[in-house]
Ligand binder design. Sequence first.
Ligand SMILES: O=C(O)CCC(=O)C(=O)O
Length: 316
Amino acid sequence: MARRIPVPQLEGVTREEFLQRIYPQRKPVVLKGIDLGTCTTKWTADYISQVGGTKEVKIHVSTVPQMDFIKLCLLTGLYTGLQKTSTRNSLFQSHQRALVEREEKYYLRSLGEDPRKDVADIRKQFPLLEGDIKIPEFFEKEQFFSSVFRISSPGLQLWTHYDVMDNFLIQVTGKKRVVLFSPRDAQYLYLSGTKSEVLNLDNPDLNKYPLFFKARRFECVLEAGDVLFIPALWFHNVISEEFGVGVNVFWKHLSSECYDKTDTYGNKDPTAASRAMQILDRALKTLDDLPEEYRDFYARRMVLRIQDKAFSSNYE
Ligand SMILES: O=C(O)CCC(=O)C(=O)O
């Protein structure tokens, strides 16, 4: 079983303390006692239904608590306290009976007006709710990337993934358990793109994922009013212990030109990283010209070069 390391919790941290002491460490931390405005008392399911009820949103529906992309289906409907009131998505309609016969779990992750071009921004998509929440002003305005409204059913688990932006995950109501893994442990997480294939963190299939137990597991429980700082590239897995409403705000850590201009979700690798990955894929393909014995030898030499270059000792 992986070691569980509690994420530090800090009370009443100021902007200066955060920027000078906490941010440079590039480690997750739970900030408690931050003034978030009236949202923590106002944002009940009834209130959100009234204020946001005419807004059409896309909601993920899952027949199992552990969401993955295969068992997931998107429905378009009006948001009324996470009751579906209208559906347009034919995929959903064809699965509707199967879904309602079992227990359904819902997950809302707000999107921009045109998700292919626009980032989510609660100021634009939910102007009537925006006034209730004070986003901690710890970063410069130019660093702002997106603000995402999230609502989830109790028991729902979001797969382990990383984002490329720094993140303030604001738990407005409800309770969530968040498990985090350092970018340094990426090699134990069985990645497929930005996600880990290991869905069941508490009882992983160690025959399939034998190295998973080596990943150091950081953990915290977010209560209403808590803000979790998740540095870019830190993996996170979120289980909603109660029905909960949250907002997460992505901030740029690197200068704007490093990021992929087509990224509206905050999870496309920086352009230099994508280019390097493509070159690596080409290099590996080039090795296909050699017989297996040689391919294996030169692949090992490539691994050694990468290890020498990438695993710097001063970054923990
Ligand atoms: O709180 C959630 O529902 C998910 C949060 C998350 O994945 C994120 O902020 O990137």
